[in-house]
Design a binder for this molecule. Structure first.
Ligand code: C2O
Ligand code: CU
Ligand code: CU
Length: 482
């Protein structure tokens, strides 16, 4: 995720203007008439399960489910019958036990995206397959200093990840702040997209859509289209936003309201960052404070051009409408007293001065020739994912610097499990605050450098493009830390 400051957002040019734009169906709406997109009713929060006495034990059953998606009856896949699945609320130092029950007709498994926990045995081990009709007991031990913030869970069975997430299998995980941050309301906003066919089933997608990275016709917040919610002027709310879309980038704006970013992906900035616009790639999260100002505002996702392969058409690659209303925020009534100051956050780790034990190049490539089934191969360092092969071996206790190189004409959001990455800016001013992510966008024909501390945990895990279709098509590698 790339936070954009007030000044930078203005520099993007024209974006700040409250103009009128044409929506997909030729519908016209503007900031002065935010209700022009039909309201999806009041925002519903996913069920919340929270830890007690250092432990949370949950049963998650993945199964076909009749649910409402964007106000329509749909036969989707859900955890415990809902889309999104329940929100799991835990604390640093907790043990999270998840009994995954597979009531699908195909294999699945579970990944806790962003959590800094062991990838071994029954931890965050994506090499486990849970067959139809069976179950598996995962157990995750969060270190006592685990970064607070917003994380999420979803299936990770290679080859089926995009289909299962597109059909509704995902949910949020909150790791609470050791020192609470005062907010008048806390809202979880899980953004997803999908396509429901006229019979109410989740649409299958074409080979072309997979190569582009599928984008659904319905853009949903907690399964709803344009839900609304309200506050009084002066109230400060906590919004936790997950981009659970298979491939869609979300460029978010909330004009007329004050947004402060507490953290991107895992952890916290030392001081909250004022933002006007936020880019969330698939897999990214934003932990936001919104201070309400009188008036109605729309949470908007504007088009982001993530490029495309030559000759590629289809639903993907940012071909969608210019702007979509995600939700409507209504602010009226008596002004309230200003909320308390935000407690100071510990200074984030900074690897810029660390000794580097290894430099690596991770080269993301798409479309050199045709692979099996007429699909373009999506590769990392020239290889499609092979579960039996370990692509990268790192020494525990060391810091590495990776150059993420994209040789294709489309962006790829690069994700590493377990160990977060510190992004080294191009103009790495020593003074700038450290920028930690677990999904880093690598622009088309561009590159990004990151540093990673392989601390705490050993074991075998994965890195991949978080356009989940690309992951399924092979843009993934296995890493072992030992
Ligand atoms: Cu959110 Cu390996 O994924
Ligand atoms: Cu992950
Ligand atoms: Cu990709």
């Amino acid at each position: 995720m790339r936070p954009i400051s007030r000044r930078q957002a203005l520099l993007l040019g024209g974006l700040g203007a409250a103009g009128t734009v044409a929506g997909g169906a030729g519908l016209i709406w503007s900031l002065s008439s935010p209700a022009a997109r039909p309201s999806g009713g009041s925002l519903v929060q996913p069920e919340e399960l929270r830890s007690a006495a250092g432990q949370l034990q949950v049963r998650l059953e993945a199964a076909p489910a009749q649910v409402q998606l964007g106000g329509r009856q749909a036969m989707a896949l859900g955890y415990n019958g809902s889309v999104p699945g329940p929100t799991l609320r835990i604390r640093p130092g907790d043990t999270l036990k998840i009994s995954l029950v597979n009531s699908l007709s195909q294999p699945t498994n579970l990944h806790v995206h962003g959590l800094h926990v062991s990838p071994e045995n029954n931890g965050d081990n994506v090499f486990i397959a849970v067959g139809p009709g069976s179950s598996f007991d995962y157990e995750y031990h969060l270190p006592g200093n685990h970064p607070p913030g917003l994380y999420w869970y979803h299936p990770h069975h290679h080859g089926m990840v995009a289909d299962q997430v597109f059909a509704g299998l995902f949910g949020a995980i909150i790791v609470e702040d050791p020192e609470p941050i005062e907010a008048s309301a806390e809202r979880v906003l899980v953004v997803s997209d999908t396509t429901v066919d006229p019979a109410g089933n989740i649409s299958a997608v074409s080979a072309m859509d997979r190569m582009a990275g599928r984008e659904g016709d319905l853009l949903l917040v907690n399964g709803q289209t344009n839900p609304e919610f309200s506050a009084a002027p002066g109230q400060r709310e906590r919004w936790r936003i997950v981009n659970a879309c298979v491939a869609r980038y979300l460029r978010l704006r909330l004009d007329g309201q004050k947004m402060q970013l507490l953290g991107a992906d895992s952890g916290r900035f030392e001081k909250p960052l004022d933002v006007d616009e936020l880019l969330l790639t698939p897999g990214n999260r934003a932990d936001l404070l919104v201070t309400a100002a009188a008036g109605d505002s729309v949470l908007q996702a504007s088009r982001y051009n993530r490029g495309s392969m030559a000759g590629m058409t289809g639903s993907g690659a940012g071909q969608g409408t210019e702007e979509t209303t995600l939700a409507t925020f209504r602010v009226s009534g008596e002004s309230t007293a200003s909320p308390l100051a935000i407690p100071a956050q510990p200074a984030p780790a900074d690897l810029r001065q660390s000794a580097v034990a290894a430099h690596r190049q991770i080269i993301l490539t798409a479309g050199m020739g045709m692979g099996a089934g007429g699909m373009m191969p999506f590769t990392i360092n020239g290889k499609q994912f092979d579960e039996a092969r370990t692509d990268t071996t790192a020494a525990a206790g060391t810091v590495e610097e990776w150059s993420l190189v994209n040789t294709s004409p489309m962006d790829h959001p690069f994700h590493l499990h377990v160990w977060p990455m510190q992004v080294l800016g191009d103009n790495a001013q020593a003074g700038s605050s450290p920028d930690w992510r677990d999904v880093v966008n690598v622009p088309a024909n561009g590159q990004v450098k990151v540093r990673i501390a392989f601390a705490d945990f050993r074991g075998r895990s994965a890195y991949h493009c978080h356009i989940l279709d690309h992951e399924d098509l092979g843009m993934m590698g296995a890493i072992e830390v030992r």
